[in-house]
Design a protein around this ligand. Structure first.
Ligand code: PLP
Length: 472
């Protein structure tokens, strides 16, 4: 008899009694229990313990890129667990899947100037490690005062003390007394909201680069270590760089001898229809952060990728600092690396990167065609299979829909009624889509059909209680 049966307690009750859930209103969870208990998954579908099947148009948290229920990955995990489940990678210890994975990533997939990989388990940890590597680089170059890290408003870089500090979301700071003093935020590059009337995208990019230049000068370039950015912003809902943005930013960073950390936790492994966002946007990162798609979340894994430029400095001998004194127990975990190798096989054998490009374009075109004219629709945006729509009260004047109404989460709930999982956001009225890269055009049609129903219900609600009136 299981403990649960002996105590006559439901899974729902056990969860309520025992678990502090991430990104969850704790009082509501105590009152209502878990939203759903997911039992199985297949392709783009997940099914809960009550037998309800949903389309997951978000690949969970932008991560199940190869789709649910892939036995190839499960088999690779099982095989590795039976053969050699774990030995650490400290003190120069290695294992076969970790070696093969690093080699495969560096020789053919990652940008050519990348030289070494430091594995960890989560995106947050890998971002922390990248900041440490950037500090390490500056210290070893004799520039220990270069400590400040510039991130962007609206960016998301994780939940560790540094990851949350880098993230440009007030909700992640307020309750914890963050950000750390060494983190500064600069503009979120969202042309739809930030561009001035008549200003071209390129001019907007130049203006933001000038703002960054002035910020670094104000702070003193001798104190600025690195800049971190997601190629396309996830928590800001698929905010893509405006034309020329990264080129303009890169010029400023080069001028002030500031490193570029590309946080590719979401954008890596094909999400944008290219292996990495850096390649798509011509970014030349000094450090890269990978996670999510590396194993499609079948196992926790992440990586800090070190360029030759940084490696050459940090690998030099420093007698007073005899080792790279950082790294976590699960770094280079053989089961996670075996899962990653199986995912790489799937990406390549099924041409998923190209599928993300082709079906992503179809998805965006269909969103524009089918709901682009909806009176609530402000912007359809994104790249590859990282897409979003943003609602407005008036599409001509871009009047904001009152944020207190929390239309983003309301729309999420209304889509759930259609058995569609999307993504709600705080602080902006967006909804986003990032399905498994295996998605087909007919599945896209199904998602948009369900989303349209949710959107129409939201419009009806807003009209019914007089909060909003569509413009004729
Ligand atoms: N960076 C980006 C761009 C992310 O989207 C995330 C998570 O969503 C992270 C870092 C943090 O990754 P993790 O949740 O694995 O710590």
């Amino acid at each position: 008899m299981t403990d649960q049966a002996a105590r006559n307690v439901s899974l729902e009750q056990m969860d309520t009694d025992t678990t502090l859930h991430a990104y969850t209103a704790l009082d509501e969870h105590l009152k209502n229990g878990p939203e759903r208990i997911i039992a199985s998954g297949n392709g783009i579908y997940i099914t809960d313990t009550q037998g309800r099947t949903y389309i997951d148009s978000m690949a969970s948290l932008f991560c199940v890129n190869v789709g649910y229920g892939r036995s190839e990955v499960a088999d690779a995990i099982s095989e590795q667990a039976h053969k050699m489940a774990y030995f650490h990678t400290f003190c120069g210890n290695a294992n076969e899947p970790q070696i093969l994975l690093a080699d495969r990533l560096l020789n053919g997939l990652l940008p050519q100037n990348m030289s070494k990989i430091l594995f960890a388990s989560s995106g947050s940890e890998a971002n922390d490690a990248n900041v440490k590597l950037a500090w390490n680089y500056q210290i070893f170059r004799g520039k220990p005062k270069k400590r400040k890290i510039i991130a962007r408003e609206g960016g998301y870089h994780g939940v560790t003390v540094m990851g949350a500090s880098l993230s440009g979301l007030p909700i992640m700071h307020q309750a914890f007394g963050l950000p750390l003093d060494c983190v500064i935020h600069t503009d979120k590059p969202h042309y739809f909201w930030g561009g001035n009337p008549g200003e071209s995208e390129l001019d907007y990019s130049k203006r933001l680069a000038k703002n960054l230049d002035e910020l670094i000068q104000r702070e003193d370039p001798e104190t600025v270590c690195a800049f971190i950015a997601e190629p396309v912003m996830g928590a800001a809902a698929a905010v893509c760089p405006p034309e020329g943005y990264f080129q303009e930013i890169q010029k400023v960073l080069d001028k002030h001898d500031v490193l570029f950390i590309a946080d590719e936790v979401i954008t890596g492994f094909g999400r944008l229809g290219a292996w990495f966002g850096s390649e798509l946007y011509g970014i030349e990162p000094d450090l890269m952060t990978l996670s999510k798609g590396i194993t499609s979340a079948y196992m926790p894994s992440s990586a800090s990728v070190v360029s030759k430029k940084v490696w050459d400095v940090i690998s030099a001998t420093h007698p007073e600092m005899p080792m790279f004194a950082s790294g976590s127990t699960a770094a280079g975990h053989p089961i996670a690396c075996a899962a990653a190798l199986a995912c790489l096989d799937i990406y390549e054998n099924e041409n998923l990167i190209n599928n993300a490009k082709v079906v992503g374009k179809y998805f965006k075109d269909q969103l524009n065609e089918r709901i682009g004219d909806h009176p609530l629709m402000g912007e359809v945006r994104g790249e590859g299979l990282m897409l979003a729509v943003e609602l407005v009260a008036d599409k001509d004047t871009k009047e904001v829909l009152n944020l207190e109404w929390d239309c983003s989460h309301r729309l999420f709930d209304l889509c759930l009624e259609e058995m569609l999982i999307t993504r709600g956001f705080f602080g902006h009225n967006s909804s986003s889509f990032a399905p498994p890269l295996t998605i087909t055009t007919s599945e896209v049609d199904d998602i948009i059909g369900r989303f349209e129903k949710g959107l129409n219900k939201l419009a009806d609600e807003l009209v019914a209680d007089g909060r909003w009136k569509p413009k004729n």
